[in-house]
Design a protein around this ligand. Structure first.
Ligand SMILES: [Mg+2]
Length: 269
């Protein structure tokens, strides 16, 4: 028998873009649970940010954080400890890139050349992080607990930023510009993480695995392209991401409504 796995983005996909509600997805969520089909959060969020969400939604299986930087699998979830994982806080953790300290050291090396031109999460107070992100205190403190990368707030000119991005890329980082921050970390994406976890399920269950992925944004493209069944969830703020794949499904409804719509149809829930 095939084992189906559902990998899902959180913001704008399982969670409503504006209200963060997942209410509309509840029918599909409980149907998946009754069929023992795991729902695997695959998100840009940190481990710390995702914990309260997993609890609220009622998901207690594996999950993927920081845009594919690492997979966390509850200890004992599989019969055997997956190879390449380390024990972290009750989880088996598979990391695809170096941890935050590595990137902070790299920033120190490059930093002397760009003195006063940038600041970064680890040097900012909670208030400063709140001011520059617009997050409330609790959310800012959870967002600050990044394990695999370091967000940089650029204070210099655009030309200086270009030089900075070159310098940091030459040293092996993959800077990602988004909003006000430049996220400094390594080469990882949600697609690579999906493939690793799917092959681990295949090994442990000795069965064919079928992967479904749902996402609404550009950082979901690699995950959608890696999945057997890619589903784009309509967004109220951006166009569906361009996916290079012959068969791609797109919801007619947005967020959790679209999530419920598509999984109910495609998996005959
Ligand atoms: Mg999203």
């Amino acid at each position: 028998m095939n084992k189906t796995l559902v990998f899902t983005d959180m913001d704008g996909t399982l969670l409503d873009h504006h209200t963060y509600s997942f209410e509309a997805a509840k029918p599909a969520l409980s149907a998946l649970e009754s069929k023992s089909i795991p729902v695997i959060p695959t998100t840009s969020k940190t481990f710390a940010e995702l914990q309260p969400l997993r609890e609220r939604i009622g998901l207690d299986g594996p999950f993927i954080v920081e845009n594919g930087a690492a997979i966390f699998i509850p200890h004992g979830f599989f019969k055997q400890k997956p190879s390449g994982t380390v024990w972290v806080d009750g989880y088996w953790c598979k990391a695809f890139i170096s941890n935050k300290n590595y990137w902070i050291k790299l920033l120190e090396k490059v930093g002397s050349e760009f003195d006063g031109k940038f600041t970064q999460f680890s040097k900012m107070s909670l208030e400063e992080i709140q001011d520059s992100t617009g997050l409330d205190e609790k959310s800012a403190s959870l967002a600050a607990k990044r394990q695999f990368g370091e967000p940089v707030l650029w204070l210099g000119t655009d030309d200086e930023k270009k030089r900075f991005l070159n310098a940091i890329t030459e040293r092996g980082a993959f800077p990602l510009e988004g909003g006000r921050f430049i996220h400094i970390s390594g080469n990882c994406d949600k697609g690579q993480a999906l493939k690793w976890l799917a092959s681990e399920y295949q090994k442990q269950y000795v069965t064919k695995v079928q992967t479904v992925a749902l996402g609404d944004g550009k950082n979901d493209i690699a995950m959608l392209e890696a999945a057997h069944i890619p589903i784009r969830i309509l967004s109220p703020v951006n166009l569906p991401p361009a996916v290079q794949k012959e068969e791609v499904y797109t919801s007619t409804l947005t967020g959790p409504e679209g999530w419920n719509e598509m999984l109910t149809q495609l998996l005959s829930l």
